[in-house]
Design a binder for this molecule. Structure first.
Ligand code: NAP
Ligand code: MG
Length: 489
């Protein structure tokens, strides 16, 4: 099933190395996780499939307004009766326990994440799940130290948090949302994305295993309507949303004029800037990691490559050589670099924007690769001859597609990098520390990576400028979103 990289580049062929899926005990159907129990919802059921094979994995329920209400009521009860009354160190103990169970069950979580999402097991095993555990460990440590977080002597939780996450990092986004909320003393109702509900439900089992008091965490599955019912519920104190800028806008409108506190983590179109003094081989690895990690389904992906004109030929030829070695195929194969596109809908969007790129005059290139017949696949793709006006230089494609632009001077690099409605992340590659600092301070982006890309750490805040949203997740800053009377950092 894996595409074969040319043997000249690798020297030998890899044997298949599939991770066993027997560790995952999938039930044919799942209810909603409300008040510590899996219960039948009232809405219609829908199927979650593996995007790599289109196999149906399980059926889940689309929570309706009455289910949403039951989940919010459970969260409110738990907030009033148990969670907000527990000594903070006790809250911390539950979070430490959850973190340890995540580690113990990490292989099961990684396999299920790759099955339901399509991402390579190498990434779910080595990035998503370890970072998820790290977030719980990190925020567990804050639970009894909130008075020292710089938000006043005795900061208070908000109450019930409604949390809505996308499909690109289901477990990691769950951790970014749930860990700080619980550490700060809130209870939560979380809705995973329609196409990736299964690992969030497995997290419900982990909450049971950790003996978390019922109602502290509630997981309701469903699509946009369920999300809308949740954010519009009158008894929600806080909305934390990660997803597209369009939906973020709708949520901001619905929350305006209410008491609900809101944080939005939205889209991006990051510039990855390569100066002529950059270590080119390392930069090429960073470019690949920046846009082909997780099939490019990454809000902070380095989707706009800005290369100094004098090195563009060298960079592009090295990049093409490197792309020929990427292995596209079975997400559960431990040798796979690029997995499946998450859904037919997302694949259609990537195809559409790529076709527009070609029609507008950019030059498209992909390495030779045999894509599987079933499932949703798109080859790693580079566009050169891209101008700033092209749609592929402006719109978030959210797929394995890189748009290459060039610049001559540092000023031109900064102007082009900032020429976007987004402002989530950026990368700078240069041998000179002074240049990196000077350029970084002029980029309008929440995160700027220097001589690296797509690095995440629970201690480091993450979030956007402009249409990439507001509020920060991660680090001490991430607590602000869940504490009363605290302005966003
Ligand atoms: P999306 O369509 O906005 O969906 C995000 C979540 O919101 C999903 O759970 C979705 O449900 C739900 N939803 C849809 N309509 C809603 C409504 N009217 N009210 C409440 N909830 C609603 O985004 P996506 O396509 O899943 O995710 C990709 C986007 O997320 C990209 O733009 C990416 O950049 C962004 N993202 C940002 C960050 C960040 O930290 N800034 C991180 C990851 C992703 P269903 O999809 O299940 O129907
Ligand atoms: Mg799925």
């Amino acid at each position: 099933m894996s595409a074969s990289p040319p043997t000249a580049a690798v020297g030998f062929e890899y044997a298949p190395a599939p991770e066993s899926r027997s560790i995952v005990d999938l039930r044919p159907s799942y209810g909603l996780f409300i008040d510590g129990e899996f219960v039948d919802g009232h809405g219609p059921s829908f199927k979650s499939i593996s995007p790599a094979t289109e196999e149906v994995l399980s059926e889940v329920c689309a929570a309706d307004a009455s289910d949403v209400d039951a989940a919010v009521k459970a969260a409110r009860r738990a907030y009033n009766r148990t969670w907000s009354r527990l000594p903070p160190a006790e809250r911390g103990k539950y979070l430490f326990r959850i973190a340890r169970i995540i580690q113990e069950r990490s292989r099961e979580l990684a396999v299920l994440e790759s099955l339901d999402n399509g991402k390579p097991i190498r990434e779910s095993r080595d990035v998503d799940v370890p970072l998820m555990a790290a977030h719980f460990f990190y925020y567990a440590g804050w639970a009894d130290k909130l008075s020292y977080a710089g938000y006043g002597p005795d900061p208070k939780p908000l109450g019930v948090a409604a949390q809505i996450i996308p499909w690109n990092f289901p477990l990691l986004m769950l951790a970014w949302k749930i860990a700080p909320a619980l550490a700060a003393g809130n209870t939560v109702v979380l809705k995973p994305a329609e196409t990736t509900p299964l690992t969030a439900l497995l997290f419900g089992e982990i909450c049971q295993q950790a003996d978390l008091p019922p109602g502290v965490v509630n997981i309701i599955t469903g699509a946009g309507d369920t999300g809308r019912a949740l954010v519009e519920h009158p008894d929600v104190d806080k909305i934390a949303f990660t997803g597209s800028t369009d939906v973020g806008r709708q949520i901001a409108i619905s929350a305006a004029g209410t008491r609900k506190k809101l944080t939005l983590e939205l889209g991006g179109k990051a510039a990855n800037i390569i100066f002529d003094d950059a270590p080119i081989d390392q930069a090429v690895e960073g470019i690949v990691n920046g846009i082909f990690f997780n099939q490019g389904h990454v809000c902070c992906a380095g989707s706009r490559l800005l290369v100094q004109e004098s090195v563009v030929d060298e960079v592009i030829s090295s990049l093409r050589r490197r792309l020929k070695t990427l292995r596209v195929g079975d997400p559960l194969d431990k040798n796979t670099d690029v997995g499946a596109i998450n859904s037919a809908e997302q694949l259609a969007r990537i195809r559409e924007l790529s076709d527009i790129g070609e029609a507008e005059g950019a030059v498209r290139w992909s390495p030779p690769c045999d894509l599987p017949d079933r499932g949703f696949w798109f080859p790693p793709t580079i566009f050169t001859e891209v101008s700033q006006a092209h749609r592929i230089a402006r719109d978030e494609i959210f797929g394995p597609v890189l748009s290459v632009l060039t610049f001559r001077t540092p000023d031109e690099a900064v102007t082009k990098a900032n020429n976007t409605p987004y402002g989530l992340s950026a990368g700078i590659w240069s041998d000179k520390g002074s240049r990196i600092l000077a350029i970084a301070s002029r980029l309008r982006a929440g995160v700027v990576w220097a001589n690296t890309f797509n690095r995440f750490d629970p201690t480091s805040p993450f979030g956007g400028y402009k249409e990439s949203g507001y509020g920060r997740e991660g680090g001490r800053h991430g607590l602000a979103a869940y504490l009363a009377g605290v302005e966003e950092a």
